[in-house]
Write a protein that binds this ligand. Sequence first.
Ligand code: F6P
Length: 545
Amino acid sequence: MTELTQSQTWNELKAHTKDLPHMRVLFEQDKLRFDTMSTSACGLFLDYSKNRANQETLSLLFKLAEETKLASKIKAMFDGDVINTTEKRAVLHTALRAKPEQKIILDGINIVEEVQQTQAKMATFVTAITSGSWKGYTGKSITDIVSIGIGGSFLGPKIVSQALRPYWNKDLNCHFVGNVDGTSITEKLKPLDAETTLFIMSSKSFSTQETLTNTLSAKDWFISNGASQADIAQHFVAVTTNVAKATEFGIDADNIFPMWDWVGGRYSLWSAIGLPIALMIGMDNFRELLDGAHEMDKHFANTPLSENMPVIMGLFSLLYGNFHNAQSHVVLTYDHYLRGLPAYFQQLDMESNGKSVTLDGTRVDFSTGPVIWGGEGTNGQHAYHQLLHQGTALIPADFIMPLKSHNPLGEHHIQLASNCFGQTQALMQGRSYEEALVELEGCDLSIDEKSTIAKHKEMQGNKPSNTILMDKLTPGTLGSLIALYEHRTFVQGAIWDINSFDQWGVELGKSLGNDVLTRLGAEKDASELDCSSNGLINMFRQQSI
Ligand code: F6P
């Protein structure tokens, strides 16, 4: 048994959550619930009143956070302690958005200075591309950026660029290639012109199979479209910690943007991995994105736990996973530009908190990270929301919406907002059997039929949700929002005492994939593997060509 589940507070929470009335009752009992259970920070407003909680629940949750030393764990991260213990690394993505005058010393070096130098290099590069002074091999300016990377080196730049489309440079377009499936790069390159295309190879390690393979294919495409080996310098840049390997691969040393071991892949969009974003929205807007995240860092580091937005959100997620048996958590964005965020938060949270042992290696006796999924409102309302309302699984939801649209078209935004708020209301209050019967009054049905249909129309409600609003989707509010989720993920990992910063499951997949590769190529026999793997490998060998 872990210390956590034996603690008095944990067990008090267990008992307390069983006795809590339906949220409808909580709202009736406390007319000020919206005022007392909402908070603002860094351009974001959080309404957490539609949660299964009263003041006692909150007190117990904050007590749990205090007892598990959350505040000192937050400090340890910001101070650069080696909190990624299995990889013996500090976790300092917060340094990437620190102010230039800040000092963060790691191994005797002020890493803020290094970050600033890299940002200056990015700024010079962005100006060269966007001003048109950087020319392709035939003297034309760059019109298309192809970013090649996977995992954190793919999703962050892709989703943030997509979200900030209103800020795009009109003369540039960007494309993202992640998957090693040849279809991905083939389709992306089809409409492009080698003379005006710039490739950014993003790989922290510079050893990820998908990225190396896609870059080689990009090089082949480039050369086969009329360029020469010498032209590569004007068309290929790299972002990596492994400068030596990138140079060996053929990338010009001047075109390599450094990053550092203390930045985890899924936390790296704030580094030069964000170069595609900076190219598309300009360096000033990229800095605004960093500033938004920095504001959230300050809020997280300095605000008392009970008013701390990431702490509140992290504790609620923990409450449902550990005390209400919720296995998943849905993120619903009511803004088309934010449609990719659920996938981004999925990687962030599931790669971080999908763990089964505590820091000292003890197997956990509680649920850790939930399945994160989601999509775009209102589309989901006509599909999977059915399960949210009437399914047997409890799925807490986050609704995210800007108050002002970038495209204020007729009645669209007011309708979007009505759907967003209407959903949170419906999830919370549900519809009782009696209410369903009243709705059926006047229908041409027998009493028995009405009773049966009312049972189908009944919704228990009491389904929790957070609503996050912002004035408008800007680089700054987006930066704050993403940092909010980063820290929310941290909060849960810290209370569970797990390592949120390694990813051994993912690494296993990588090494087994490499082993199978040698067997598929017939260099190695597969007969000593399990019969399923052997059978599949043989089938591929015989039939793939
Ligand atoms: O998929 C696992 C992972 O290690 C991620 O954490 C990382 O973002 C991704 O692979 C890509 O790694 P790299 O940037 O080293 O190519």
